[in-house]
Design a binder for this molecule. Sequence first.
Ligand code: HEC
Length: 113
Amino acid sequence: MKKFFVLLVACVLAGCKSVPPPTPLADLNAQQMRGHAVYQTHCASCHYDRKDATLHGPALIGMYKKPYLPSGAPANDERVTATIVHGRNLMPAQGDRLDPQDLDDLLAYLHTL
Ligand code: HEC
C-alpha cells in the first residue's frame, strides 16, 4: 500500500508522463487506415509510431496525448501540419508529396497513436 502511494506521488510530481497506448491497427476506421498507409510511405523511414524510441526523428507515439511536441510547440493539428508541409531542421518538407486528402488521413492516423 505504501509503495502505491510513493508511486502515485512520483507520478504526480513527474506530470504523469505515461499516456494510454495507441489504438490497435485492427481497430482503425477506414480513414485512419488510409492515414496509416500514408505514414508508412512518407514518415516510417524516420519516425517510429508504436515504439517510444528515436529513429532519425523523435517517436510519434502518443504525440497528441501530450500537450507539447518534442520541440516544445503545442501538439495541435496546426503545428503538426506546418511541420509536415514545411519541414523542420533535419526533417524535409513533405508538402509537395502529399495532397490535402492524404494530409487529412495522416492526421487522423496520428491522433490514434
Ligand atoms: C528524412 C527523415 C524524416 C521524415 C521522412 C519525416 N520526418 Fe518528422 N522529423 C524528422 C526529424 C529529424 C525531426 C526533428 C526535427 C527537429 O526538431 O530538429 C522530425 C520532427 C517531427 C515532429 C516533431 C516536431 C516538433 O515540433 O517537435 C513531428 C510531429 C514529425 N516530425 C512528424 C512527421 C510526419 C507526420 C512525417 C511524415 C509525413 C515525417 N515527420 C517525416 C525527420 C523526418
